[in-house]
Write a protein that binds this ligand. Structure first.
Ligand SMILES: [Fe+2]
Ligand SMILES: [Fe+2]
Length: 338
């Protein structure tokens, strides 16, 4: 496999996450995704990283739909797009309130490896320039883009009756961790800025408690089932090996935070923002060895009616109103966060 050595300056990377595509139930998400991709193409964004929960229910038609949208935008290309798995790409999620009770048994019967193969089958072109470090796993993988090393991880834990009953907890397997440690120490990454792409979050403060009544039912369950296990050992490794930034999603809020001197970038609110979170994604600019992160806010119906309120330091997409269609939010689903 070859490595891309593009050195364009500045080099821009859009960081999206948690698309939760579901053409059968939420076609508006597909429209928004198309609009975001059109924006990226028009702005000549150099690369797009999507940190998991690409699909809502891990159904074959959802993976196929994602692939078709990439093809529509000429983005089914390893030099242009990098993807990793989220828990919804393996286990899906409860769609309605009545699904909650049945969901653990659905997760238990999920064939984890078969879902990973499905994920790869519909995204394989985005891996064609990646380097792999395991004979039996896609993860970790490495791409060098714009002089930056992007390391993709799979943080979706396998089902366990106690440790992962509803599939939403995260864990980097021992085999993957060993490969990652070897990779981060290797000469391949010598003096390179390293971006880690992982689905699960590292800060509990990213969680928030506001919710409607139906959401509260689900949040009560997931409050103990939304964790990245053994994250301290990952953090120590990232810190020791000078990881520059960690890109993630999973929690549907937008923002950045710092841990162990590393900036964590959460694009979880790209599609379904939690309450009090803007709908936004990130734009990462690599310029002269420096990496800057900015927010790109997607106006919601309410916000667009009351004019744009842009947080200082954030970037507003000029003319995005003309690009993005506005749809009313659905309220019957528990899928706002999960
Ligand atoms: Fe998600
Ligand atoms: Fe997730």
């Amino acid at each position: 496999m070859g490595i891309i050595m593009a050195m364009k300056t500045p080099f821009t990377i859009a960081h999206l996450s948690d698309l939760h595509l579901s053409p059968a139930f939420y076609p508006e998400r597909s429209m928004r995704f198309r609009s975001i991709l059109s924006f990226c193409v028009e702005r000549e964004v150099d690369h797009i990283i999507i940190t998991g929960d690409i699909t809502n229910q891990a159904k074959e038609e959802e993976f196929r739909h994602f692939r078709e949208i990439l093809i529509e935008h000429s983005l089914l290309d390893s030099s242009k797009v990098s993807v990793i798995t989220g828990n919804h790409d393996i286990f899906g999620g409860p769609h309605f309130a009545e699904d909650v009770l049945n969901f653990p048994s659905l997760c238990r019967s999920t064939d984890y490896r078969q879902k990973l193969e499905l994920f790869y089958h519909y995204t394989k072109e985005t891996f064609s320039t990646a380097e792999f470090f395991s004979t039996n796993s896609l993860f970790p993988y490495l791409k060098v883009i714009g002089g930056i090393a992007v390391v993709g991880l799979n943080s979706v834990a396998e089902w366990h009756v106690l440790k992962n009953p509803i599939g939403s907890n995260g864990r980097i397997s021992s085999g993957q961790f060993d490969c990652l440690r070897t990779l981060l120490k290797s000469r391949i990454l010598h003096k390179k800025k390293i971006l880690i792409a992982i689905h699960h979050h590292f800060s509990i403060s990213e969680l928030h408690s506001e919710a409607t009544s139906l959401e509260r039912v689900w949040q009560a369950i997931e409050s103990t089932t939304l964790k990245l296990r053994k994250k301290k050992r990952l953090l120590r490794l990232f810190s020791k090996e000078n990881v520059t930034k960690v890109l993630h999603g999973h929690v549907h809020t937008h923002g950045t935070y710092t841990k162990n001197g590393i900036e964590f970038i959460n694009a979880g609110a790209t599609m379904i923002p939690a309450k009090n979170s803007p709908q936004a994604f990130h734009m990462i600019t690599v310029r002269d060895g420096n990496i800057e992160t900015e927010s790109v806010t997607i106006p919601s119906e309410t916000k667009s009616r009351r004019k744009n309120i842009i947080t200082e330091g954030h970037v507003h997409i000029t003319g995005f109103h003309g690009i993005l269609p506005v749809y009313p939010r659905r309220t019957h689903s528990l899928g706002r966060k999960y």
